[in-house]
Design a protein around this ligand. Sequence first.
Ligand SMILES: [Mg+2]
Length: 370
Amino acid sequence: WLLTSGGANQAVSAALAVLVIACPCALGLATPTAMMVASGRGAQLGIFLKGHRALEATRAVDTVVFDKTGTLTTGRLTVSAVTAEQGWDGEEVLALAAAVEAGSEHAVALAISASAPHHAPVEDFRSIPGRGVSGVVGGRTVRVGKPAWIAASGLSPTLTAARRTAESRGETVVFVEVDGRPCGAVAVSDTVKDSAADAVATLHARGLRTVLLTGDNPASAAAVAGQVGIDEVIADVLPDGKVDVIEQLREQGRVVAMVGDGINDGPALACADLGMAIGRGTDVAISAADVVLVRDDLTTVPVALGLAAATMRTIRVNLVWAFGYNVAAIPIAAAGLLNPLIAGAAMAFSSFFVVSNSLRLRNFGSVMNR
Ligand SMILES: [Mg+2]
């Protein structure tokens, strides 16, 4: 304006208007305000969002993978049946199994060791992840674990039948072997959470696919999947194999959210596009996840996906508005067509719009559908 005919007044006015308009206030507010309001709303709904990365991924999630024990089920297992081989007594089998399992922290082990609290001490304890445990009890070598691990040498009809019955009910079975000979089976039952079927139905209604991913046997896994309505079952996965399954799903082009609770879910939660940990789960799962479901209620899974999507929409509208406003208004200001006072008011309004738009997230879940 100084070089053309405008004069100093005109030049200062236009410069001021440009400076005021170009202040990136609204742009700077667009993301943090939305995140802040979403975090607050999430906290009310029992959803702890750990960061921005989680939200970005959520938009495209098309598959939700659930861990079984402790996630879909309560994880509080109890011994439901003991079967003894001929020549053995059920209580003796359970006591031997309890003695060895006392050394392990697996949910199945805890249930078995609690069912026979006055068991003998174990020596030379060993734990083989994903298979079972072994140890020496009263001079006898005892192994307790998955049927496939124990019964490699062949099984009696008694134990085979016990296993089939238990697995058809969705229970987990371990075999007990003493000095190289299978002597019994212990079935452990778990309860499916009340909220599981609801959560799965809501996800299906939104067109998402659900997968049950477990280290447990296919029959029990299918029984639980049937109870909660999950489409796809991937069972018999070793503890460190869960992460590979998630990777394969992602390679197939799926955008995967993983819901888990255990130590062995940690890598899978970190590898998934969106990791969701059950708040009562292990520290490993919680620290590896992007979202923590504070309440032990699976219906917060679809709510969390919805909240994250709503937050991303809000951020996008904020950015489009804040950016578009600068793009449109700077040339007008530079052309000298904008009074600096009006520019100031417009500036304030754009920030006001961004903050108000973010605040709408406070109502998420109360009016909007979950
Ligand atoms: Mg688990």
